[in-house]
Structures are given as structure tokens and as C-alpha cells.
Ligand binder design. Structure first.
Ligand SMILES: [Zn+2]
Length: 351
């Protein structure tokens, strides 16, 4: 199985990498690739039907979070495509970027595709970056640092807090005549100081004026600087730079593993052959073919009792820790390694 994992990471993920870096694969292709990966991991070289012992979701977790670090292909595809989006919106670029922007307009990086006959590649890019849906994961992951205010949209872009002003002050946004305008268009320099000049559809009620006051006081913390340009920051990275790895970690959205945190990191650092580490990984997940586990999965077993002592059900806990036979094995191992103490004590020192 260790060999399969190695091949899955180096070959199965690498073969479609070029395609997935440029195009959004259809859901059927994602499903097919995942299915092939699953079969390769659990059933390679076996004629009969086999059990997928650990759910694919858990297999795709990072190793330190209890998985095997295999990429979940759909999220990986999205993270790879998001790199194009980042490069279009940030200062990174080249001739290809100039061509795209001249074709689709400078607003296209934000999803404002105004061309009627846009390419399907462009549509896919907008789709995978969450545009048009409530969960705009990409836009939640970026923050604009305002310089001269020439690129950042005052209401719609996130440049001060964790959300855009449009989201934070929906009432004021609905009254504003500055929708879609850049920061530099919603104010000006007076005697060396930046002053906001907001335009409204009508006079505000008192509570709306108070709201405006609140918003303007929060805006004063933003620094408008004539000498620098607006630039993008990737929130997940200390240096503010996008990486496929961090985008993938956002998309994969792995859940907290609670008290098991740290156990898996220790496991994979152990100096043991890969197949031993894999068995230990399966034991920690209680996903080895003990009689109890086989019975639960509908495999006919003669008896659920432990074949060594016949005193208790053969569970992972019993087989490796509680069984008298297992304890004798551990005891001999301790003597050989010159360890003194119980298995619980020793496990306590490594976990
Ligand atoms: Zn036993």
C-alpha cells in the first residue's frame, strides 16, 4: 500500500496536472479520477471486491491531520486555476495578461465580465473562484492594500476590514451614487489631506447620517498614499503572496481533529518502514480488518472473539493493547529494546 500511495502522489496527481492547471475539468472527470485513485489505493492487483477502509475525504487530509496527503482532485483543480485569477488581479503578469485585459476589460479580474461572447475558459475561471455564488472563497481570501486608490473599488472591494463596505453598510450602498467607483474617485486631496466626498441619491435620515459617520470614522484608518499603487494581499500567507498550497487548504476545509492533533505528526516522523507506519495509521483510525470491523461491514466471520484468547471481541484496542497475547509480545519487545514500563506509559511518552 505504501507503494500505491507514492505512485498516487507522484503519478496519478502529476499526469493530469498540466490539464488541471489550465482548464476546469468537468465534474464527471473529477469523479472518474478520484474513483481510479480509490481503486488503485485499496484494490490494486486484487481480483475480488475490496473494502475502502478509510473514507476518501480522510485519505485526502494532510498527513499531520490524519490523512495520507493525497490531493482531492476537484479542490486541487480549483486552487490551480485560482493562480491565474491571482496573476490577473495582482501585479504579476505578462503579455498574456495584457491580451486578456484588452479583450475582456480591466474589470474582468473582479468578475465583471461585460463581453457578451466571452470564452468558456474565462467563464470557468470566474466560476471556480466563487463568483456569482454566496461563498466567494477567493474574494474572502484576498485583501486590497490601498495606495493611490486607482485600482480598488470603494464599495465593492475588501480593503479595510474583513469585508467590503458594500457588505458592511448595505443601506448606505443602496443610497450611494458612487457604486463601482474607485477609491481615488470618491475623494480628493485638500491642503495635503485626503477628504472623502460621497454622493447620495437623496438626503439621509438621521440614523443613516449616523451610519455614514461611523463608516467615515473607520475609513480614516485607511491610508491613501499618492506615492504607491494599490496591491493585493493573500491573507493566508504571512508575506501576502498567493500559493496553490494555501488556496488548496482553504478549499479542502479540513475539520479540526481535536485531541488527535499532534499524534499523526509524531507517527509520520517515526523511523519505521512505510508499511509499518501505514498499519499504525490504520490502527489509529480503527480501520484494520479485525473481526469486529469485518462483521460491521457485513463480511461473514465465524466468531467476533479474539483468536488468541477467546475472551473478548477482536477490536483494534483489544488486539494491540488489551489482549494478554499482545501484552506478551509488547513485553518481549520492551526487553529487547531495554524499555521498562507499560505500553500505556510508553505510548504516553510518544503521543
Ligand atoms: Zn485476545
Amino acid at each position: 500500500m505504501a507503494g500505491q500511495i507514492c505512485l498516487l502522489k507522484s503519478v496519478f496527481t502529476a499526469i493530469p496536472l498540466f490539464y488541471l492547471s489550465v482548464f476546469k475539468a468537468p465534474a464527471t472527470v473529477h469523479d472518474r479520477i478520484s474513483s481510479l485513485q480509490r481503486k488503485f489505493l485499496w484494490a490494486w492487483g486484487k481480483e475480488t471486491k475490496t473494502i475502502s477502509w478509510v473514507s476518501w475525504k480522510n485519505v485526502c487530509r494532510p498527513q499531520e491531520e490524519g490523512g495520507l496527503g493525497i490531493k482531492e482532485i476537484r479542490s486541487f483543480n480549483t486552487a490551480l486555476l485560482a493562480k491565474w485569477k491571482w496573476r490577473i488581479m495582482s501585479d504579476e503578469g505578462g503579455k498574456w495578461k495584457d491580451i486578456l485585459l484588452s479583450k475582456y476589460g480591466t474589470e474582468t479580474g473582479r468578475g465583471k465580465v461585460r463581453q457578451r461572447y466571452q470564452s468558456w475558459w474565462w467563464k470557468d475561471l470566474a466560476k471556480v473562484c466563487g463568483e456569482g455564488v454566496e461563498e466567494e472563497w477567493f474574494h474572502k481570501a484576498i485583501l486590497w492594500k490601498v495606495g493611490d486608490g486607482g485600482l480598488v473599488r470603494f464599495w465593492e472591494d475588501t480593503w479595510l476590514q474583513n469585508n467590503s463596505l458594500k457588505v458592511l453598510y448595505p443601506r448606505l450602498y443602496s443610497l450611494s451614487l458612487d457604486q463601482g467607483k474607485k477609491v481615488e474617485e470618491v475623494g480628493g486631496w485638500e491642503d495635503g489631506r485626503w477628504r472623502w466626498r460621497l454622493n447620495w441619491r437623496r438626503d439621509r435620515h438621521e440614523w443613516e447620517s449616523n451610519l455614514e459617520g461611523n463608516m467615515l470614522s473607520s475609513l480614516n484608518t485607511g491610508v491613501i498614499c499618492q506615492d504607491s499603487h494599490d496591491h493585493l494581499v493573500w491573507r493566508k500567507d504571512p508575506a501576502g503572496i498567493f500559493s496553490v498550497k494555501s488556496a488548496y487548504s482553504i478549499l479542502a476545509n479540513h475539520q479540526d481533529i481535536g485531541e488527535m492533533e499532534g499524534v499523526f505528526s509524531t507517527l509520520w516522523q517515526a523511523k519505521a518502514p512505510p508499511k509499518v507506519l501505514l498499519t499504525a495509521w490504520r490502527v489509529l483510525h480503527d480501520r484494520i480488518p479485525t473481526r469486529v470491523n469485518l462483521y460491521r461491514r457485513g463480511v461473514p466471520v465465524i466468531s467476533p472473539l479474539c483468536p488468541f484468547c477467546s475472551l473478548s471481541e477482536e477490536s483494534s484496542q483489544h488486539l494491540f493493547l488489551d489482549c494478554a497475547f499482545a501484552q506478551q509480545v509488547w513485553s518481549r519487545c520492551y526487553r529487547w529494546l531495554e524499555f521498562w514500563g507499560s505500553i500505556t506509559t510508553i505510548l504516553g511518552t510518544i503521543c
